[in-house]
Design a protein around this ligand. Sequence first.
Ligand code: GLU
Length: 550
Amino acid sequence: MKNEEIIKRIFKEEVKPRSYYEEKYPERDLKEGARVSRYAPSPTGFIHMGALYASFVSKKIAEDTNGIFYLRIEDTDQKRQVENGIEGIIQDLNNFKIIFDEGVMSGNRESGNYGPYIQSERREIYHSYIKDLLENGKAYVSFATPEELDEIRSLQEKTKDRIGYYGAYATDRNLSEEEVISRLDKGEPFVIRLKSTGDFFKKFTCNDLVKGKVEMPENDIDHVIMKKDGLPTYHFAHIIDDHLMHTTHVVRGDEWFSSLPIHHELWKTLGFKEPKYAHISPLMKEEDGVKRKLSKRKDPEAAVSFYEEEGIPPEAVMLYLMTIANSNFEEFLLQNKGKGIADFTFDFKKMSKSGALFDLEKLNNISRNYLSTLKATDIYEALLTYTEGHDKDFYALIQTYKDDTIAVLNIEREQKKPRKDFYAYSDIKNQIWYMYDELFTPETYEFDKINDKEEIVSMLETYINEYYNEADDEQTWFSRLKDVAEHFGYAREVKEYKNNPENYKGHVGDISMVLRVALTSKAMTPNLYDIVQILGKDRILKRIEILKQK
Ligand code: GLU
């Protein structure tokens, strides 16, 4: 056994052998083909769209096989922590229905047999494997200071050599056991490095599930595996975790792709079976015909909080993410009415290698469609929740007029081609404000063909006094509007008018437009009959008065 005296000095507490952990975390009892995947963020307190996308894909691939999807918190870089960072991430994910089967469930609760799931609580596990590497001469103690490392770097820059602590630059590889012991005894700060056996001039093949076969040079850098503070680096920790937690698929951001050589070497050196990798290309945005990465700084839609602010339902965001993850999903939905994400099987081969285009306009359309499939009562409940946080006045109004609000939301809903007039909860007020007397103070009216105020008022008064009957069904109501048309010299039918335009001032459509604009100020509204029914005679009279006073 190598480095015995050194190990004694480094690990003061008892370190259990690797075999202890290998037994403690046995293979999972899952059906053949079941995938185990994870989302492994650093606890920085919030997530952005790219991270939501990656976690969604990671969850979906596990779900498709009745596998396990778990949350692991990667906090070995203590500088990147924020207070309540874990809670913030879980909250964001849960809002988008990203729920984990296992792992960290809240800041102080975990579930599953493969924990702890927070890296900083796994120190003794990592130490077991680091000790093993030291014993086998596969890792070594390095005292190189930041200044020494800077010097090496400058030298490499000057000589145009590759940057890093490797080969002849990695002089601490050759320290004698005595020297290491004496420097440890003096209390010099140290790290543990991997003693790489790779050859940069040799290639290995990586079979990435998204990128396909990619050749990469072997790693030959003696990467730090344990830092001065005794915690492992990300590179080392995640390999141990993915091994002991039996991850079968590592789905993560593209930015980790270039680290594969060191990960590949660590899997080999530790004697573990390598999982499958899927490196997800960053989300892209097209601006003025140019594609660029969706940016956390520049693009508000890159923040997941944006969707909550706007009141775009999480379900719609998820449908959109599925659409950009697998372009055949849209077609699937068209061919399988009433089906959703859970009925669709994800395929890595259908993922974009160059990065999916994130198009907010398209997302909004998906949201519009999604909202059109909901029941009015469900929309009403969600609208209550939304307005409570974002528009207290409207919140109060829709509570006072609950039944009317539901009736308004129900216009042209639950039918073959439901109405799709709003894309978000924040957009509903823009579409239905005129149905509330408190809000109905129009600045302008969108009258068009008939715009003589006297004629308009006369038509409206004739309608309400002589032809309005609350009990009319839609057909009768419309035939009475035709009566009004005839009364004023307009054709009862559009066709009639078209055949003999010289005989008429216009047709019934012009009359209904007058009524529509008078009651709502808008030229475009959902079904006018429903609006008339919801308003009722008194409120219609009031609106005629408002118009007269204009
Ligand atoms: N902790 C890494 C990050 O926050 C995760 C990388 C991985 O999934 O392996 O980016």
